[in-house]
Design a binder for this molecule. Structure first.
Ligand SMILES: Nc1ncnc2c1ncn2[C@@H]1O[C@H](COP(=O)(O)OP(=O)(O)OP(=O)(O)O)[C@@H](O)[C@H]1O
Ligand SMILES: [Mg+2]
Length: 387
């Protein structure tokens, strides 16, 4: 289906070719009629129906030039050559040929376009001469027309280069947008993983405790149920806030402070309520962190403690936070079984997600068996203040 622009261009070229030729013909009927490019020329044949058909067919063919650039160029070339060879007045009849040529060159068929230019330079000057319509072309005209054709070729090349640049820029923009979308998706998946894994593991542990104790020690079961209540409310809140980011709403101001180091004690008390004795040690002078580092550090501690609760069978864990010059170091140790360590293959996303968070900030993370048994997670997050 031709585009409206292509139809408009075809109409404009038709008006130029037919109207311009008619104008030139009537003007020539009263004045000097010449052919500057040849030594002499015959009086042109009067414009008849065939002349108008030939003048109109070229522009008509242009309508499909995007789909068939080379075929259209060939057809317009042939139509124009027949028109010239029949001895009609040479007015602006080359307009459709120029448009077809530029379309072919811009669409990347440069050899076909250049060959047509060369053939045109020879045939359009020598065929009328051979048929006696004009005399031989002058040397000056040969050069002048060659120069104009060269200019046309250069112009078409410039257009082609511009089109390529525009297409490449659009592709680059699309690639960047896709990359951003992928990153965002991953980020949201990580957030949901950490929030859900953490709270649901706690709920799992506590509900086990509650079930076990409900008959003999209802008071203890009540504590476990209250921890379940807290963890589930927290999961709901955090999931809602992640979904809010996903929807791009954020119309509701957050009711709890965003996840960050300020909420570390919460993590510690949660793990404690799951029966792990967690100690939290801070080295260096605690200071405000860039939001991205703050969140990543919190999530790393969160997932490490979640893993302790889920996998370690540990009694105690130790979280160390070191505020150093230009970086934040985290270390989470436990005294559990510490085995099955780096078997992240087979589905676990927690350690991979922690590592991605650290690497995204220019840092690193290692997780594996601790030196004295148990399991150890160590992370280094650069804090350049610029993020
Ligand atoms: N503190 C730990 N003690 C013992 N093993 C651990 C500890 N932390 C992690 N692991 C082992 O490393 C594996 C990978 O942990 P990871 O957090 O990546 O996945 P997961 O916890 O199994 O699943 P997910 O976090 O995706 O819900 C765990 O399955 C477990 O075998
Ligand atoms: Mg995990």
């Amino acid at each position: 289906m031709p585009r409206p622009t292509d139809i408009r261009i075809a109409v404009i070229v038709a008006v130029i070719q037919i109207g311009g030729t008619l104008g030139a013909y009537h003007h020539g009927a009263h004045g000097q009629r010449g052919c500057w490019w040849a030594s002499s020329c015959r009086v042109p044949k009067p414009l008849d129906a065939l002349a108008f058909v030939l003048l109109a067919l070229g522009p008509l063919a242009l309508v499909v030039r995007r789909a068939y650039p080379r075929a259209v160029l060939l057809a317009v070339f042939a139509l124009t050559l027949v028109y010239v060879a029949l001895g009609y007045l040479q007015g602006p009849g080359y307009a459709s040929l120029v448009v077809a040529f530029v379309a072919t060159a811009v669409s990347g068929h440069r050899v076909a376009a250049a060959a047509t230019l060369l053939a045109g330079w020879v045939l359009f000057l020598w065929v009328p001469a051979a048929l006696g319509i004009t005399g031989a072309p002058t040397v000056l005209a040969l050069f002048a027309i060659a120069a104009w054709l060269l200019l046309l070729f250069t112009g078409a090349e410039a257009l082609r280069a511009r089109k390529l640049r525009v297409v490449e820029a659009r592709r680059a923009r699309e690639r960047a947008a896709r990359r951003r979308a992928d990153e965002e998706r991953l980020q949201i998946a990580r957030e949901l993983h950490d929030v859900l894994a953490h709270n649901i593991s706690l709920i799992n542990v506590q509900s086990g405790v509650a079930l076990h104790l409900i008959d003999q020690q209802p008071e203890q079961a009540r504590i476990a149920l209250s921890a379940i209540n807290d963890a589930s409310a927290d999961a709901l809140r955090e999931v809602r806030s992640v979904l809010g980011v996903l929807r791009g709403t954020g119309e509701e101001p957050p009711r709890t402070p965003p996840a960050g180091m300020a909420r570390l004690d919460e993590l510690v008390s949660r793990a404690a309520s799951a029966g792990i004795d967690v100690s939290l040690v801070r080295h260096g002078r605690p200071r405000p962190l860039p939001t991205s580092v703050d969140l990543a550090a919190f999530r790393i501690v969160q997932e490490s403690l979640t893993n302790v609760v889920r996998h370690a069978s540990a009694r105690a864990a130790r979280v160390q936070i070191s505020y150093l010059d230009g970086e934040l170091k985290l270390q989470i140790d436990d005294d559990g079984r510490g085995e099955g360590a780096p078997t992240t293959r087979g589905g676990g996303h927690g350690i991979a997600g922690m590592r991605e968070r650290a690497v995204a900030l220019g840092g690193e993370l290692a997780a594996g068996p601790g030196p004295d048994g148990g399991f150890r997670v160590r992370a280094r997050l650069p804090v350049d203040g610029a993020r």
